[in-house]
Design a protein around this ligand. Structure first.
Ligand code: 4AD
Ligand code: MG
Length: 467
């Protein structure tokens, strides 16, 4: 076959030099036609759109033609012509076809209309479907949006460690990292495991958040963000939790909670606008196939200011809803951690737009949050979104050394691994704030997918680490 440099289908669709000879490579989605002419829908992943390959059967070897089946990988040389019937502007009249990889009828993606559950079982192949192609292209574009947003505002991308000896959220949801022989653990007289001879000489884990190290950077470089994998061994089998997920964590010196809320709102709106601008074909596909309200929801978030409301006021609204006959699965009272049903009630039923809830009871939040004068609440902020619930969690940080120490003692946080964190408060402390956006939660919102397992290529959840 003549060697012609490959044109990606996404680029081919934009060309107008009809008559040019081109090469396209990709996987067969469908094949149909008559005894004389066949139409092959070829997809190479560069776009949701397939290019139609027109094959004049008489001009090709019969044995080769038999191998053009759903899932087969082809290289096609042909002439680019204007298309009338394919739904696209461009199609290719095949001159030469090479089968790069045949695909027999055991290929699981023969027909359309597989359930999402089934596709999760074949997560190694699901990127070849329209839906997952769209989701993973959007995932890439949202990662670019995040870097773009922070870079153009003078934030530095700071790499925090994945292996750590501290528990940022203090929730005890850490996966241990060890090279010790688990069949032969040395213990001291109290029964505690001795880690002196472990790889790091102490107990180590996968990080639940890059925040603590992010604060070290913010109090030196001013404005930073992290963007990397985080891990939580929380045994919650919900459509919104993963054991391995990606988090974006900006941290800014001199920002107070108001600045932090402004940044969060501007950031999310930038990302949503980016999806509309850069992923139009994929978003439209998902809108048409899964979620007819998707595009409208994206646009409505852009239009309106987020509601900003203290937790205490939010609880009053929820209590009034209960008094008015609304049924929640979990009880609501001042001091309760909000369940996603409560968050979604505020967003979807009561305010009908995103809500930033602030000033939560200190008992349900982490040790590092700035304490309010009332002695009961901390300067926390959660951004709550339609269909998702909590999409961002953040706070102004406690900058006062003594107050922070008191809180650390009250909450029984092991101090020996925290000396470096406390040094930020000891040496030139400053007000600062930050937040964490769950990347997959953002993707749930912009794709309209309903299960978080369907917006990450290879989800890790309780009892599931396949692929
Ligand atoms: O609210 P979280 O636990 O906050 C922190 O980790 C802070 N250290 C962030 C900061 O202030 N720098 O988590 C932040 C976000 C949540 O709002 C949610 O979107 C997401 O991370 N998240 C999860 N996403 C998927 N699976 C899980 N198990 C998640 N846990 C939290
Ligand atoms: Mg949270």
């Amino acid at each position: 076959m003549e060697k012609i440099s490959r044109t990606k289908i996404a680029d081919l669709m934009k060309r107008e030099d009809f008559g040019a000879t081109v090469n396209v490579k990709g996987w067969v989605r469908t094949r149909r036609g008559s005894k004389q002419v066949n139409f092959i829908a070829l997809n190479d992943g560069s776009t949701i759109n397939n290019v139609q390959i027109v094959v004049d059967l008489g001009s090709f070897d019969e044995e080769m033609l038999k191998l053009i089946t759903t899932g087969a990988c082809l290289s096609v040389n042909g002439v680019m012509v204007e298309s009338v019937g394919s739904g696209q502007k461009v199609e290719v009249q095949a001159r030469e076809i090479e089968i790069l990889g045949a695909c027999d009828n055991t290929y699981p993606l023969q027909k359309k209309g597989h359930s999402m559950e089934f596709l999760r079982e074949i997560a190694h192949l699901r990127p070849r479907t329209n839906t997952f192609g769209a989701v993973f292209r959007i995932r890439h574009n949202m990662a670019m949006a995040i870097h773009q947003f922070f870079h153009e505002r003078g934030f530095f991308y700071f790499h925090t460690p994945i292996i750590t000896a501290s528990d940022c959220e203090g929730a005890g949801q850490m996966f241990q990292v060890t090279t010790k022989n688990l069949y032969d653990l040395k213990k001291d007289e109290t029964g505690a495991i001795i880690y002196d001879d472990d790889f790091f000489g102490k107990q180590a884990s996968l990080t639940v958040s890059g925040q603590l190290e992010g604060e070290l950077a913010a109090t030196a470089l001013g404005s930073i963000y992290t963007f990397g994998p985080t891990f939580r061994a929380e045994n919650s089998n919900t459509p919104r939790h993963l054991a391995e997920f990606w988090m974006v964590e900006p941290e800014v010196a001199f920002n107070d909670i108001q600045d932090n809320m402004d940044l969060a709102e501007e950031f999310i709106k930038f990302c949503v606008q980016w999806a509309i601008d850069h992923c139009a074909d994929d978003v439209k596909f998902l809108n048409d196939m899964f979620d007819k309200g998707l595009i409208e929801r994206l646009q409505s978030v852009l239009k309106e200011d987020f509601v900003r409301l203290p937790y205490t006021e939010g609880v009053k609204i929820l209590e009034a809803a209960v008094a008015g006959g609304h049924k929640f699965e979990f009880p609501i009272y001042w001091g309760a951690d909000l369940a996603s049903e409560h968050e979604r009630y505020l967003v979807e039923e009561h305010f009908k737009r995103p809500v930033i809830l602030t000033d939560y009871p200190k008992e349900i939040k982490s040790f590092y949050m700035k304490q309010n004068e009332d002695g009961k609440t901390v300067r926390a902020m959660d951004v709550l979104f339609p269909k998702i619930g909590e999409i961002i969690g953040g706070s102004e940080r406690e900058a006062d050394y003594d107050k922070l120490m008191t809180r650390i003692h009250e909450m029984n946080i092991p101090m020996k691994d925290m000396w470096w964190y406390l040094d930020t408060r000891k040496y030139g402390t400053c007000p600062h704030s930050g937040f964490g956006l769950g990347f997959e939660r953002l993707l749930l919102f912009v794709t309209g997918m309903t299960n978080i397992r369907d917006v990450i290529p290879f989800p890790r959840t309780p009892r599931n680490a396949e692929f």
